[in-house]
Design a protein around this ligand. Structure first.
Ligand SMILES: C[S@@+](CC[C@H](N)C(=O)[O-])C[C@H]1O[C@@H](n2cnc3c(N)ncnc32)[C@H](O)[C@@H]1O
Length: 278
């Protein structure tokens, strides 16, 4: 099992790098008509250690998954801001411009059906490393009658099984704060690798730490956040734009923030980066 993110193997027959068997029919519907978005490899990925250790109670344990994946519950967890987060993410993504879109990690609530409506089911791929989360996403899409066309894949975001520049857009919805810093860096790099020049990366995330927001200032609350979300303090302290720009440069690309909005007085942010060839 890998530790809290210091090592990973992405190549060969590593179980980390894989998705649903491409030769089996996509349980959620058909494969993209524009081009084959199916991953190249076939074994199931191992669950990352940080997920098993720190987030089993939120994303892996079936009773909890059932409990949290109710709209009012997930809305409470983000202090009543879910609709704003979803709508501003979808607005920055812009369905007319989004093209083939990769959601990197599924999410609770109705953002997955929202994305399918926004970009068109045939243009959406959703990956997640946890089988139960792929199952939830599939069920929500089926209920919304949007499953046909959406590609769902079991895959580790650290080792995406897609070729370079495969997608027009990639999206993170509240994923990055849950990752240990080395994993966060690799996940960002993978997203940038599979996003083509001319495309965009959109992310919804906690905002940077301020000395102004009461939730940043009030120590008991900070302690609570840091206990429930052990990697959130590292995200608060991080210059996220810089990380993205640096990871893009390492891939011979440029990432330029071209749209930005905040929710809940900056406690959350939504950023859009235009990706270009360097
Ligand atoms: C997107 S984040 C948090 C979303 C937010 N709390 C919500 O549900 O609205 C949670 C998801 O990330 C997934 N995840 C975590 N690490 C991952 C990785 N390395 N690769 C793919 N999915 C991952 C988890 O399985 C889980 O489904």
């Amino acid at each position: 099992m890998q530790g809290d993110g210091s090592q990973i193997s992405c190549s060969g027959s590593s179980a980390d790098s894989i998705a649903l068997a491409p030769t089996t029919p996509n349980p959620a519907g058909s494969i993209s008509r524009s081009h084959d978005r199916r991953p190249k490899t076939t074994a199931a990925p191992a669950l990352p250690d940080y997920l098993v250790r720190h987030y089993w109670w939120a994303y892996l344990w079936r009773p909890a998954v059932w409990f949290f994946d109710h709209q009012p519950i997930i809305d409470c967890i983000v202090f009543g801001q879910y609709t704003a987060l979803r709508e501003q993410t979808l607005a920055l993504l812009d369905g007319d411009q989004a093209g083939d879109t990769l959601l990197i990690a599924s999410a609770y609530g109705d953002v997955v059906p929202g994305l399918a409506r926004t970009v068109g089911p045939d243009h959406l791929t959703v990956i997640d490393v946890a089988p139960i989360q792929i199952e939830r996403a599939r069920n929500k899409l089926l209920k919304a009658e949007l499953a046909s066309g959406v590609n769902l894949a079991l895959m580790d975001a650290e080792c995406l099984s897609y070729g370079d520049d495969r997608f027009d857009s990639s999206v993170f919805f509240l994923l990055l704060h849950e990752l240990p810093p080395p994993v966060r860096r690799r996940v960002v790099s993978e997203a940038l690798r599979v996003t083509r020049p001319g495309g965009r990366l959109v992310l919804a995330e906690y905002g940077a730490e301020t000395d102004r927001h009461p939730f940043h200032r009030w120590r008991p609350l900070r302690w609570l956040f840091g206990t429930a979300e052990p990697f959130l303090p590292t995200l608060w302290a991080l210059d996220l734009d810089r990380l993205i720009v640096e990871q893009a440069a390492a891939l011979g690309k440029r990432a330029i923030v071209d749209a930005h909005s905040t929710v809940f007085d900056g406690f959350y942010r939504i950023n859009r980066y235009r990706i270009e060839a360097a």
